[in-house]
Design a binder for this molecule. Structure first.
Ligand code: GRG
Length: 312
């Protein structure tokens, strides 16, 4: 049997996501819609594409096809891209750089950056409700999935987390509050990415519960890892060098429990995530590998960290 190579998997799925995004958010320059250029600027070149890859990986585990999974995977990535474009705005993080390039508002101006974010968010819902999706997903499931995405992205998820983060100050930030913010700001969309893939592919209730717990641990781990990277900007280089506004972000794991404890917590969360996958055995190698991938940079360990190592 061929050995599984996570890097190969990631690059093939990234390419599939990029090809699909090119179709879903085409270059509309013939219509001279500057807003489409600004939307595409927020989407291409992408970052890690971790959320759509999670949707594909969770769906593949239960036999879902890319035809079924890609529209939702890409819609979630479009929502993620919108959140970054808006987060970089002067009113929020006021960042000049994103992924090593000038932020959207630096290139297109603030007004168009706001509209590009709005466009990406609403186009995501156009995509999920498109005729091509409605042909292959039952109406009941479709409504439930769209509700889940909206719930995760909206004022009970991403938007709530971001608002609380904006208001948090160092003096009243404790662990419970930080976790509350992280679960919403970052965790909910990652959880939705995993669950939507599994649900589209018809995962049974017991399996969906396991996948849900995996997604919850992974989503929180992702943000704890991001906090650690922020606290150690020199130790592991952040691609892109964005940093503006980060001084203002006080509600982080390292700021409330210290860097060493934050790393311990990250390890625990990843162990818990991986543990949920045990009943799936080797079939879950991709989701296992993705947990390793997410934990690797912040923990400064090699990409060869094995599932067993994470469990001990
Ligand atoms: C504006 C509603 C609204 C929300 C903004 C995205 C966000 C919420 C804030 C950005 C700052 C931050 C620390 C977000 C947490 C989520 C996070 C780590 C985003 C970066 O995700 P990656 O690493 O980015 O997947 P790439 O570049 O790989 O796509």
């Amino acid at each position: 049997m061929a050995t599984f190579n996570l890097e190969d998997y990631l690059s093939s799925r990234r390419a599939a996501v990029d090809r699909a995004l090119e179709r879903y958010v085409p270059d509309q320059s013939s219509h001279s819609h500057t807003v489409w250029q600004a939307m595409r600027y927020g989407l291409f070149p992408g970052g890690k594409r971790i959320r759509p890859i999670l949707t594909l990986a969770a769906g593949e585990l239960f036999g879902g096809s890319h035809k079924l999974l890609l529209p939702f995977a890409c819609a979630i990535e479009m929502i993620h891209a919108y959140s970054l474009v808006h987060d970089d705005l002067p009113a929020l993080d006021n960042d000049d750089l994103r992924r090593g390039a000038p932020t959207a508002h630096r290139v297109f101006g603030e007004g168009l950056a706001v509209l590009a974010g709005d466009g990406l968010l609403t186009e995501a819902f156009c995509l999920m409700t498109s005729a091509q999706v409605a042909r292959i997903v039952s109406p009941k499931l479709l409504v439930e999935l769209i509700h889940e995405v909206a719930y995760s992205a909206g004022a009970r998820g991403l938007v709530a987390g971001q608002a609380l983060d904006l208001q948090a100050d160092e003096d009243d930030a404790d662990l419970a509050k930080v976790e509350y913010i992280h679960v919403r700001k970052t965790g909910r969309l990652i959880l939705a990415s995993v669950r939507i893939g599994a649900r589209l592919a018809g995962a049974k209730p017991a399996d969906l519960r396991r996948i849900t717990r995996y997604g919850e641990f992974l989503g929180l781990a992702f943000q704890v890892g991001d906090d650690i990277l922020d606290a150690e900007p020199d130790a592991v280089s952040r691609q892109g060098g964005e940093s503006g506004g980060r001084e203002r972000r006080k509600a982080t794991y390292p700021s409330v429990i210290g860097l060493a404890q934050a790393k311990e917590r990250l390890k625990e969360l990843l162990q818990q995530a991986v543990k949920q996958l045990e009943p799936f055995g080797a079939r879950a190698k991709v989701l296992n590998g993705l947990a390793t991938y997410i934990g690797t940079r912040p923990l400064q360990v090699q990409a060869t960290l094995t599932t067993e190592e994470m469990q001990h």
